[in-house]
Structures are given as structure tokens and as C-alpha cells.
Design a protein around this ligand. Structure first.
Ligand SMILES: Cc1cc2nc3c(=O)[nH]c(=O)nc-3n(C[C@H](O)[C@H](O)[C@H](O)COP(=O)(O)OP(=O)(O)OC[C@H]3O[C@@H](n4cnc5c(N)ncnc54)[C@H](O)[C@@H]3O)c2cc1C
Length: 508
């Protein structure tokens, strides 16, 4: 990397690979580039003042993973805790330790928010406009390859719903993404609006100290209990070296998640019956399964919610928490009036109404002066975008741990860059066959969940067949992304054309 650097602020930097985002995906990408492409320079630009992304931002009580940590952790650094479902603080420590251990932390430039990225085909270079620090000082970074590890939601705001009469409520309204660390809920009546992963996590976490926690939902989600520990992992870690044990547990758990997903999609009625039967047993007759835990859709039409050791159901059985399935008519001074006419009194209302999804970290992308709207592109191999050269966006699985695909994507980027170097190519652009778009296109994330539906118009789309289909299948991707042909007929490569004003496209 060439730069002039003062106080962590970088001017006129040129790197081979620019990673945007120092969350789990950015750290994974840095590790792969460092170890697989030691000759390449890279740096990470992070808009916030600390690393960890999601695991640094979300601080609500009980914040934890809902995937198992053996698949959510990196393949190259074993997860050593006995907890298979881990609290957020341990995940953040693990990310910090990983970045430190591999010297990745030294390459992170904090307080660097990327605003725009402009590709020039003549120079085969990205020019990236960045805003630095609270004073928002503009600076520029150039790179050959731009890897956006920016996650999938806005850090500035959650999905805000303005409820009727909200200003009349005399208590406190809190959004989980911006949890006040000094919020005192001891002995208070808390109503949590929502039925997703955040709501089912918050209910048992608040139930111990609050007077009563009520989860108020318009419609329920599927809630599955999974063990907080992993007996198989505990046993095998006694016998095998840490690295090998981690690999075995990771692959086994990832494969099981693929199989469970396939089963539920193939036999939804059977799957639904099994899930609802399990919930009925856990509720012990304290609440009816229908309507409170009986979704109107099939499993995996929307994300499933997982609760460790059934902690949500335990709080309900102990009558520290309850569920109300109804609609909000209006907020009142004392709480909420429901469409059914019922009143819910509350001291604190938590609006677990979801995330605001964004594409490409809200970076404005232009290619040779033309603005590219993410929604006008089709995702290639789950990470690059049609018509945009030398750029990838890291998006993890919706039905398995995010990190599984983040790591495969980073490995693919390294393979692509190696291939380009071997053939003296300077640019690689996925090119959609004429007429492909629109014929078989579907949304990038094939989920009916509200937060995905709200974002459909801004997200890239996917096609029906490889390499334009974004598979939600770790086993298929781990073969395809690691061993599939780089020069697959859909990627167009170009070589630098010294002296000319336009690059020359090479025959494949
Ligand atoms: C509460 C919660 C719990 C979750 N639990 C799980 C789970 O158990 N299992 C699972 O698989 N997934 C889970 N997810 C999804 C989760 O977001 C991912 O698993 C993972 O943490 C995403 O990592 P990431 O590095 O890709 O993105 P993020 O963690 O979102 O990090 C992105 C980083 O990029 C930075 N950034 C973004 N745009 C810019 C820009 N323009 N310029 C500079 N910097 C930028 C951000 O500041 C941030 O630090 C959860 C999500 C949430 C919100």
C-alpha cells in the first residue's frame, strides 16, 4: 500500500484490494487475501470507530447468535468456548482476537465512510470517495478490486414504524438497534412489538427483572428450540486436535442445516406439524399454540427463529412473559389499545420492528461515468454483479450461518485475482446473456419476511440458473466457489491496452 498517513487518516492511498467493512466478513476477507495472495496489498475502510459490525452495534440485553458458533466462526480459527449459541460480547471478543492474531487490525482505517466508487475501464481502476472522521474530511482511495463487506442493513436507522398516537405514550419507546445502555426495566411492564429473532431473544432476557414482558405480534413466526451447547463438539474436542475438531464439527453442523432446510422445503406439512408439536410440549398448556405460534406460511418462507434451550418457552411457563397476537389500534398515554379492544399497559415499549436493508453499503457506484442502480444488476455466483467489473458484495446465507458463504466468497475472490494475474488480465466483469434479465429473475433474498420485501426494489436480483442463481446451499457452493471454473463463459476478462484509450476485450 502506498499512502501518506497521519493519525490514522489516509490520503491518496492505492491498494490492490480495498475491503469496505470490518465486520465478520471483512475480517474473513482480509485473512484470505493475506494468506492466499501475500503479494497483494489491501486495506479495510470501516465507517465506524470499532470493528465487529453487527456484534459491536447491537447491545440489547441477551444479544446472541442464533446459528451455532462452529459454523458462524471462521474455518481458520477454532471456536473454543463450550457455548454453541453464544452471547454477542463473546463473538465480539473472538472477532477482535482474530483480527489481532493475524495482524488484520493494523490494516483497518476507522472512521472512513465510503460514499462513492467510480470504475474507469481505461485505467482498470476504482476511485473511491471517502469521508473521514466526525469532521467528514473528504479523501480518495484507488484500488484494482473493490470488495464490499458492508453487511445488509443500515447502521444509521432501523425500520421505524410510526404508530398512531405514539407521541401520547408517557413511557419510553426503545428500538433494539439503539438500546440505551442505562435503560432501567427492573419491575417495569415491558411490551415488545415484533415476532422475529430480536423479539424472541429479548423476551427471556428481560423477563427475569421486568414485572411482565409481553410480546405483541401481528402474526407469529416459527420458533424452534436448539441446545445452547453441543455434546458432539464437547466429545470430539477431547479426542482431536483443535483445528481438525473444529473442521469436523463445522462441516457436520453446516451439512445438517442444509439437510434440515431441504426437508422443511420438501415436506412443509410434515415439518410444520413437527415444529408445532414441539412448541405445544414446551408451552405446557400455559398458552395455546394457535394463534400465538402458528404462522400462516410454510417453514422457511420467512426466517425461522431459534431459541437456546427453549428459554422463551421457559419464561412463558414461569408466567414472567406472555404473547399477544393482535393489531395495534393506537398508542395511549398508558400503553397500547389493540384492534380487539384490549388494552396493554406498559412502562416501556420496545419496537422490535426490524432492520432497514441497504445494498452495497449505500455506496454509489458508477461504471465509466454511468450510475449503476443495484436493482438493475443480477448477482453472479452470489457475490459479483452483472456489468460491474472487479467488484464483489459479500452476502451470507439466509438458511445457514452467514460466515459459511462469507468465507467461500472471499476464497472465490482470491481465486479470481490469482487467475487474472496468471493471464495478465486487469478486469473481470460478469456479463448477463442478452435477454436473460427479467425472464427468470427473482429477488436476491428469496424470503417473504417484511424487511426483505420492503427492500426488494433496491436489491440486486438473481436469475434461475447458475451462475446467476444465488443458491442457499453451502454444500453446493463449497464445491462451486472453491473448484468451479473461473473462466466459465459468463465472465468477460480484459487485458490492459497500453497507449489506447479503450481496453481490449480478449477472446475467451
Ligand atoms: C442482531 C443480529 C443477530 C444476528 N445473528 C446472526 C446469527 O446468529 N447467525 C448468522 O448467520 N447471522 C446473523 N446475523 C446476520 C449478521 O449481520 C451477519 O451474520 C454478520 O454479522 C454480518 O457480518 P458482515 O461483516 O457481513 O456485516 P456487518 O456485521 O453488518 O458489518 C458491516 C461493516 O461494514 C461497515 N460499513 C457498511 N457500509 C460502509 C461504508 N459505506 N463505508 C464504510 N464502512 C461501511 C459497517 O460499519 C460495519 O462495521 C445477525 C444480524 C443481526 C442484526
Amino acid at each position: 500500500m502506498t499512502d501518506s498517513q497521519t493519525d490514522g487518516v489516509v490520503d491518496a492511498v492505492t491498494v490492490d484490494v480495498l475491503i469496505v467493512g470490518a465486520g465478520i466478513s471483512g475480517i474473513d476477507a482480509a485473512y484470505r487475501i493475506k494468506t492466499q495472495l501475500p503479494g497483494k496489498s489491501y486495506t479495510i475502510l470501516e465507517g465506524r470507530d470499532s470493528l465487529g459490525g453487527t456484534w459491536d452495534q447491537f447491545r440489547y440485553p441477551g444479544i446472541r447468535s442464533d446459528s451455532d458458533m462452529f459454523t458462524f466462526s471462521f474455518p481458520f480459527r477454532p471456536w473454543k468456548s463450550s457455548k454453541a449459541i453464544s452471547e454477542g460480547s463473546l463473538i465480539l471478543d473472538y472477532l477482535k482476537d482474530t483480527a489481532r492474531e493475524f495482524g488484520i487490525d493494523e490494516q483497518i482505517r476507522y472512521g472512513h465512510r465510503v460514499l462513492r466508487a467510480a470504475w474507469s475501464s481505461v485505467d482498470a481502476t476504482w476511485t473511491v470517495d471517502v469521508e473521514v472522521g466526525p469532521e467528514r474530511r473528504p479523501t480518495t482511495v484507488t484500488c484494482s478490486f473493490l470488495y464490499l463487506c458492508t453487511g445488509y442493513y443500515s447502521y444509521e436507522s432501523g425500520h421505524q414504524v410510526q404508530f398512531p398516537g405514539q407521541e401520547d405514550f408517557a413511557g419510553q419507546v426503545v428500538h433494539p438497534q439503539f438500546w440505551p445502555q442505562d435503560l432501567d426495566y427492573q419491575g417495569k411492564r415491558v411490551v415488545i412489538i415484533g415476532s422475529g429473532a430480536t423479539a424472541v431473544t429479548l423476551v427471556p432476557a428481560l423477563a427475569d427483572r421486568a414485572e411482565l414482558v409481553t410480546m405483541l405480534q401481528r402474526s407469529p413466526s416459527y420458533v424452534l428450540t436448539r441446545p445452547a451447547g453441543d455434546g458432539f463438539a464437547d466429545r470430539i474436542r477431547k479426542w482431536l486436535p483443535a483445528g481438525l475438531a473444529h473442521r469436523v464439527i463445522r462441516e457436520k453442523n453446516a451439512a445438517l442445516a442444509v439437510a434440515a432446510y431441504k426437508f422443511l422445503r420438501r415436506w412443509p406439512a410434515k415439518g410444520r406439524a413437527l415444529i408445532l408439536d414441539g412448541i405445544a410440549k414446551q408451552l405446557g398448556g400455559v398458552l395455546p399454540v394457535d394463534p400465538h405460534f402458528t404462522p400462516r406460511y410454510d417453514p422457511w418462507d420467512q426466517r425461522l427463529c431459534f431459541v437456546p434451550d427453549g428459554d422463551l418457552f421457559a419464561a412463558i411457563r414461569e408466567r414472567k412473559a406472555t404473547v399477544v397476537t393482535d393489531q395495534i389500534e393506537t398508542f395511549t398515554e398508558k400503553g397500547i389499545t389493540l384492534t380487539s379492544g384490549a388494552e396493554l399497559e406498559a412502562d416501556i415499549i420496545v419496537t422490535a420492528t426490524g432492520l432497514k436493508m441497504v445494498a452495497l453499503g449505500q455506496v454509489e457506484v458508477t461504471v465509466d461515468g454511468e450510475r449503476v442502480q443495484p436493482h438493475d444488476t443480477t448477482v453472479y455466483k452470489g457475490l459479483m454483479l452483472s456489468g460491474i467489473p472487479n467488484l464483489a458484495w459479500c452476502v451470507g446465507y439466509i438458511n445457514n450461518s452467514w460466515t459459511l458463504r462469507a468465507d467461500l466468497s472471499a476464497q472465490y475472490v482470491c481465486r479470481l485475482l490469482t487467475y487474472m494475474d496468471q493471464h495478465h488480465y486487469v478486469a473481470a466483469v460478469p456479463e448477463l446473456p442478452a435477454g436473460e434479465r427479467g425472464v427468470s429473475a427473482g429477488p436476491l433474498l428469496d424470503l417473504a419476511s417484511g424487511y426483505v420485501q420492503r427492500a426488494t426494489a433496491i436489491l440486486p436480483i438473481q436469475g434461475a440458473v447458475a451462475p446467476w442463481r444465488t443458491r442457499q446451499n453451502y454444500l453446493a457452493d463449497s464445491v462451486g466457489l472453491r473448484y468451479g471454473r473461473v473462466d466459465d463463459g459468463a465472465m468477460r476478462f480484459t487485458r490492459a491496452n497500453i497507449g489506447a484509450r479503450t481496453p481490449v476485450a480478449l477472446d475467451r
